[in-house]
Design a binder for this molecule. Structure first.
Ligand code: 0WD
Length: 254
């Protein structure tokens, strides 16, 4: 019997089979969880739906996290289908490529708000609608990166959004803890995905991992998946408000 047998949860942020969210989905499914998925638009639905179906999921719902009405509708569907919820995985982020290329002080006002809205603020309404369904407690896990805590070259506005996200994790943990709901972040090392392709000098970041990370390599989707499984499951029942690094130890040497 898996750690998550009888548990039900939703995963935001699968874009394709390279997505970190997909690595997490497989780990949670292997542990026995029943999963629902969201997709951003019709183009992505074509990729997400078959992936979801391959894990036995039929709840595959549209959601642009910039729209409160989409988020409300998603949790309305979950309530109808399941009546309760055990976990949420938030693996969503976005910034304009141009804003990631310019010097940081030249980030546009609109681009700053957009990155903050999608990558940080979205965790709030998602938690707000998820919490009432987590009747027996629950776990909310989001994805962050070292650039929240250090000025990583080229990460720029996304680093500021991730800093807001990590602070939001702490405030949400404090708010929802009394209801038995835990909120944590996984800070992953660089992994080649669609989102990563927007970050300048990404190859150099991977090379730094090979040269300097204590494990002399970067991490895999599967490794992030296993750590998310720990945070979602009862194995981490005493853990909340944490940023858990899954980065082959790179953060300890910078
Ligand atoms: O090295 C990496 N890849 C790392 C990623 C290291 C550490 C952290 N992360 C984080 C990212 O910042 C993000 O929060 O992990 C999370 C997942 O990112 P990913 O798996 O690297 O990237 P990707 O497969 O592109 O998934 C992110 C998805 C979007 O993909 P695209 O490529 O279409 O932008 O976030 C979703 C979308 O599916 N997304 C949205 N979902 C709902 N509403 C929205 C939106 N408005 N915008 C983007």
């Amino acid at each position: 019997m898996g750690f998550l047998e009888g548990k039900r949860g939703i995963i935001f942020g699968v874009a394709n089979d390279k997505s970190i969210a997909w690595g997490i989905a497989r780990a949670l499914r292997d542990a026995g969880a029943e999963l629902a998925f969201t997709y951003l638009n019709e183009a992505l639905e074509k990729r997400v739906r078959p992936l979801a179906e391959s894990l036995g999921s039929s709840l595959v719902l549209p959601c642009d996290v910039q729209k409160d009405s989409d988020i409300e509708a998603v949790f309305g569907e979950l309530e109808k289908a399941w009546g309760k919820l055990d976990f949420v995985v938030h693996s969503v982020a976005f910034a304009h490529r141009d804003d990631l290329k310019r010097p940081f002080s030249q980030t546009s006002r609109e681009g700053f708000s957009l990155a903050m809205d999608i990558s940080a603020y979205s965790l709030l309404p998602i938690s707000r609608y998820a919490a009432p369904l987590m009747k027996e407690g629950g776990s909310i896990v989001t994805m962050t990166y070292l650039g929240a805590q250090k000025a990583v070259p080229n990460y720029n506005v996304m680093g500021v959004a991730k800093a807001a996200l990590e602070a939001s994790v702490r405030y949400l943990a404090a708010e929802l803890g009394p209801e038995g709901i835990r909120v944590n972040a996984v800070s992953a090392g660089p992994i080649k995905t669609l989102a990563a392709s927007g970050i300048g000098q990404f190859k150099e970041k991977l090379k730094l991992m090979d040269d300097f990370a204590p494990l002399r390599r970067t991490v895999t989707q599967e490794e992030v998946g296993k750590s998310a499984l720990y945070l979602v499951s009862d194995l981490s029942s005493g853990v909340t408000g944490e940023v858990h690094f899954v980065d082959a130890g790179f953060n300890v040497i910078v």
